[in-house]
Ligand binder design. Sequence first.
Ligand code: PRT
Ligand code: MG
Length: 214
Amino acid sequence: MTQITLALSKGRIFEETLPLLAAAGIVPSESPESSRKLIIATNRPDVRLIIVRASDVPTYVQHGAADLGIAGKDVLIEHGGEGLYQPVDLEIAKCRMMVATPVGFDYQAAVRRGARLRVATKYVNIARLHFAQKGVHIDLIKLYGSMELAPLVGLADVIVDLVSTGGTLKANNLVAVEEILPISSRLVVNQAALKLKHDILQPIIAAFRGAVLQ
Ligand code: PRT
Ligand code: MG
């Protein structure tokens, strides 16, 4: 029997993927939130799930350790997307990549002056490209989380981060000053698997696509 492996991350992506899986007739046998298992069986003997860090999904799929996966556009841009076919925008886990500053920092004036900006972010490729397109010189400071703290303690002038409700920025006296791009999660498929396991993958891709259009 041909088996397929789908890579997912815990949290918001898993939650929002459940209805899409259901549309493809796939029901996980347990929840990764309550189970510590990293390989989760489903009601279909030919489909299993693996639970990985959100930013590791493209790597598993690129190398064929998973046949397909679901990853945010932010993660895909930072990864580069080599070896990945991206057939469907699933329109889940939506948010926006934004530039944010402390309340009171005059971002537009700093940009007009041609000031060199210190930018703290986890999304270094997205930030580098954005400021290069604006012609703004930056010093990039790579962080792995809690970017909101950086401007509050003088590590950076601005941050580049994902914003959904805006609650985290507000709680830290920061304000979004520029949108870089809208973000949602994509279905990604290993290009070799798409050919070799076409008969089993194609109906799943079609079911996901159909579920998005609902
Ligand atoms: O947590 P881990 O280090 O394992 O990885 P991760 O943070 O990348 O994973 P996860 O599960 O938190 O996010 C998975 C994907 O969800 C991301 O790659 C995005 O595509 C998408 N997504 C959607 C978000 C958000 N919304 C979001 N709000 N990812 C992160 N956030 C964070 C943001 O970085 C900020 O710290 O939530 C905070 C802001 O939220 P608000 O609601 O206060 O604005
Ligand atoms: Mg997170």
